[in-house]
Design a protein around this ligand. Structure first.
Ligand code: HDD
Length: 707
């Protein structure tokens, strides 16, 4: 590939992309791929008006052939994804730990492309499935591309990559009937899990709310493995990478996630796209846990074991920079589908460790791109193209897009010895970290990888009560879908080695005996940093989606006052009414409706507001769409605000046990239900309380309906 550096800086990638843009269709008429102008594309060339199509119709043949070949194989895992461009900037120089150029200068922005994904389902599967999420970042650095190919969990299911095909076969749809799509609740996964206890820690994450993110913008990312930073003097430091979303970590309820799959299968993809399109750029902080090489054996687990975390209480996460995603791709196929990540794409200053999962990945990614992207030249595809110049003797192959000249071997004299090798003092050259390695050639897992239960228990012990309830419910759902009782039983017996209470809760739910307490694990340690309790972000309401249910007769001044307060704090407010168009306010004016209620559902929003009105809004209480909307919002722990006669609309839930504390006067906020029934009340203090309830995201302490 010829060097095509478009310069550095945050817009360097954008300038490079501009050079590969297809011809602007506005510049002239339709042509064939050969540039021949076409004046007719709706009828094929035929022998007579009713006659057979002629083979010489090159335009017809080319058009159909191109169409026939539009699809490429989807990724074997992480097939469904959504991507975005942006930039990364370090907060300060990290020269003390790494010589990576993009981590030196806070004034330098490095362009990035990020792809978020689910793992199990095919390209067309729904977003809000229970699954791990991929979080892969390509940094287009001045020293070449660096890919941080992570997930939203800090641990992985297996310790050695040789088991990856087994694990993926087990979790993927079963081979005989290709069921289930985008789900892990089936016999083969749990058969594997119950026989492979190293999966248990990650399974705990999978059964927790972390596996159903509210948004890619509200999700953490982790490099998972222990990597190595290398400083200019050659000193190595172990490093774990963390992405922390500025908006905090928020998740869906399982019930909500399932309804989203029908209401909007593109829920997460759309959310990312809409936020970027409207200028609410997602932002993540990059943090690192640093461990000096001298402390390699200072932990009670092996740093090379990808099923273990380093608890943040033990080694704090140090923020080193931030990433902002500020541009949607222009073409899904060209960019999001064709982007190719690879754990072995590293730059000077970042190196590997001997983690056997990482070592396997370093083989797999290039290998899979060769088949998926049809040959070895995929680094020339615009989204994959480095900004750093490329000069080498790699040649030919499918889809070679560059015209190379000169010699194609090293050493040469006929080509002037070019390209020359970097000299020993060339700082930009990648030199592998020097590490002493010796041992028997052996196929055996290290004894330091044998503890599979203590960190699964660490996770469980760290959860709030409501998080534990969700985990138990998830296990009951998943194992309840498993047909083989022996698999259910074996899994519960493994869970008992994590925690007896967990095993009892799950075992009784799925109808299998639980082994005695005497055989249970007794791990006491907890890591508060693992609970969602403390991960609320900046506790603001920026980008939260608020539904305001309106109808004719609504007190529009009240709606406008609350809406203005919410939007001034960055929330997105939509007016929903039984029918599209406009509603007539109590003041006689008309107000625009954003969406008709039958086209939406509360699962698509973060909070709901029921405004009052002297005549109209009680009618909403008899609308089944409204009743359902409010009931679901309540069941899913979402903030609900009601003003004036809007409080009466909440009465639709009274029969189901909803107690509204404030029947008259004053603002009352209880379990995220904020009410003020005073007709025409000043909304200032109501809005303040409602904002606080929204900032808390979900209210799990709420009494369930029907109780
Ligand atoms: Fe992987 C894709 C993340 C283990 C083999 N993986 C892929 C993607 C992500 C991850 C985010 C999607 C990249 C994109 O958006 O294009 N994978 C992980 C993490 C792992 C992990 C965080 C454990 C820490 N993966 C893993 C192992 C292997 C692979 C052990 C094989 C030995 N992964 C692949 C792959 C994929 C892939 C088959 C499929 C498509 C692709 O690479 O480009 O090579």
């Amino acid at each position: 590939m010829t060097g095509d550096s478009a310069g550095t800086g945050a817009d360097g990638k954008q300038r490079q992309r501009d050079r590969f843009r297809a011809e602007d269709p506005a510049t002239g008429p339709l042509t064939t791929d050969q540039g021949v102008t076409v004046d007719h594309t709706d009828d094929s060339l035929a022998a007579g008006e009713r006659g057979p199509t002629l083979l010489e119709d090159f335009h017809f043949r080319e058009k159909i052939t191109r169409f026939d070949h539009e699809r490429i194989p989807e990724r074997v895992v992480h097939a469904r994804g959504a991507g975005a461009y942006g930039y990364f900037e370090p907060y300060e120089s990290c020269a003390a730990f790494t010589r990576a150029a993009f981590l030196q200068d806070p004034s330098v922005r490095t362009p990035v492309f990020v792809r978020f994904s689910t793992v199990q389902g095919p390209r067309g599967s729904a977003d809000t499935v229970r699954d791990v999420r991929g979080f892969a970042t390509k940094f287009y650095t001045t020293e070449g591309n660096y890919d941080l190919v992570g997930n939203n969990f800090p641990v992985f299911f297996i310790q050695d990559g040789i088991k990856f095909p087994d694990f993926v076969h087990a979790v993927k749809p079963e081979p005989h009937n290709d069921i289930p799509t985008g789900a892990s609740a089936h016999d083969t996964l749990w058969d594997f899990v119950s026989l492979q206890p190293e999966t248990l820690h990650t399974i705990m994450w999978l059964m927790s709310d972390r596996s159903i993110p509210r948004s890619y913008r509200m999700m953490q990312g982790f490099g998972v493995h222990t990597f190595r930073f290398v400083a200019a003097d050659g000193r190595g430091t172990f490093v774990k990478f963390h992405w922390k979303p500025k908006l905090g970590v928020h998740c869906l309820t399982w019930d909500e996630a399932q309804e989203c799959q029908g209401r909007d299968p593109d829920f997460n993809r759309r959310d990312l796209w809409d936020a970027i399109a409207s200028g609410d750029f997602p932002e993540y902080e990059l943090g690192v846990q640093l461990v000096p090489e001298s402390d390699e054996f200072a932990f009670d687990f092996d740093l090379l074991d990808p099923t273990k975390i380093i608890p943040e209480e033990q080694v704090p996460v140090r923020p080193i920079g931030r990433m902002v995603l500020d541009r949607n791709p222009e073409n899904f196929f060209a960019e999001t589908e064709q982007v190719a990540f690879h754990t072995a794409n590293v730059v000077p200053g970042i190196d590997f460790t001997n983690d056997p999962l990482l070592q396997a990945r370093n083989f797999s990614y290039l290998d899979t791109q060769l088949i998926r992207l049809g040959g070895p030249n995929f680094a020339q595809i615009p989204v994959n193209r480095p900004l750093a110049p490329v000069r080498n003797n790699q040649r030919d192959g499918y889809h070679q897009g560059a015209i190379h000249s000169g010699t194609n071997y090293t050493p040469n004299s006929l080509g002037g010895g070019c390209p020359a090798l970097a000299g020993p003092d060339e700082l930009r050259a990648f030199t592998h970290h020097t590490e002493r390695v010796d041992g028997q050639k052996i196929r055996r897992r290290s004894p330091s990888f044998q503890d599979h239960y203590s960190q699964a228990a660490l996770f469980w012990n760290s959860m709030a009560d409501w998080e534990k309830q969700h985990i138990v419910a998830a296990f009951r759902f998943e194992l309840g879908k498993v047909g083989a009782m022996s698999v259910r039983e074996r899994t519960v017996s493994e869970l008992n080695k994590v925690d007896h209470e967990l095993a009892v809760e799950v075992g009784t739910g799925v109808g299998v005996p639980v082994p005695p307490d005497s055989e249970a694990g007794s791990y006491k340690l907890a890591s508060p940093a693992l609970s969602l309790r403390g991960l609320g972000g900046d506790h603001g309401i920026r980008t939260r989606q608020i539904a305001v249910l309106v109808t004719d007769g609504v007190d529009a001044d009240q709606v406008v006052a609350v809406r203005d307060e919410l939007t001034s704090q960055g929330a997105v407010v939509e007016a929903l009414a039984p029918m599209d168009g406009t509603v007539g306010g109590a003041d006689g004016r008309t107000y625009q409706v954003d969406r008709a209620l039958p086209t939406v559902a509360s699962v698509l929003y973060d909070a709901v507001l029921l405004p009052g009105g002297p005549t109209g809004t009680p009618a909403l209480a008899h609308d089944p769409d409204v009743t359902r909307f409010v009931r679901d919002a309540y069941r899913h722990g979402k903030p609900i605000g009601a003003l004036g006669s809007g409080v009466g609309v909440l009465g639709c839930l009274r029969a189901e046990g909803l107690r509204i504390a404030s029947e008259q006067g004053n603002v009352v906020s209880e379990h995220g239900v904020v009410t003020d029934p005073t007709p025409g009340a000043d909304v200032t203090s109501f809005a303040h309380a409602f904002v606080q309830a929204i900032a808390a995201h979900r209210h799990w302490d709420r009494p369930p309906l029907g109780s």
